[in-house]
Design a protein around this ligand. Sequence first.
Ligand code: ADP
Ligand code: ADP
Length: 226
Amino acid sequence: MSEINLENVEVAFDTPAGTVVAVSGVTQRVPAQGFVSLVGPSGCGKSTLLSVIAGLTKATGGQVQVGGKVVNGPDRGIGVVFQEDSTLPWRTVLDNVRFALQVAGVDKEGQLERARWAIELVGLKGFADAYPSMLSGGMRQRVALARTLALEPGVVLMDEPFAALDQQTRIFLGAEVRSIWQRSAQTVLFVTHDISEAILLSEQVWVMSYRPGQIIDVIDVDLPAE
Ligand code: ADP
Ligand code: ADP
């Protein structure tokens, strides 16, 4: 069971202009298999907090635990999806997903099986042999999602994965992410600057404020009966 526990997390950056406190005193919990959104204005510290949970940035204070283990570096059990298009253009959709599994040390047979499963999960079944350049931005983000989900991480962290897409595609993919989450056993933390997107998707919304990166409100969303 992969719950996320944040205990008094602080991140300060040393810059030529002085110390920038990006995250301050964050104590929160995402229950195992929960879906929490983190919202707040640009520059308030959302990406930094996500990066700390992913083990990509070191906290300068406090502690992060995922599944009861202290996070102090990247971990296979923690998957991340970023905003930027991170697909490899010279590899097909299938090979993009397979490559991630290969890097993770999955054997050849397992690579193919899990890549096909993940590609179908994100609705790209007919596009396994396509190259990313032939796909729309939304479809490329589906590839990025498939690549992360194929690793079957207990925790999925998403940093504005659809921010670069048009409104309609965003709503559509958001609903898809929610539906995939409902069918999986994953714990999800979703970063967005769009409060309506956050409320639509998640069970709980954390509201972060600008300087010094504190969570100032927690909203429990009443989910409609499915
Ligand atoms: P958000 O994701 O909410 O847009 P960020 O986490 O990217 O916010 O940034 C929070 C603050 O920390 C900003 O003031 C940003 O400039 C600063 N910051 C982020 N990363 C670094 C870094 N590597 N070095 C210095 N300052 C940083
Ligand atoms: P976002 O707003 O989408 O969270 P940013 O554009 O703020 O992302 O940051 C992109 C990258 O630049 C991140 O890796 C972040 O750590 C880094 N960064 C942000 N602000 C600064 C800064 N003031 N100094 C150095 N690096 C920074």
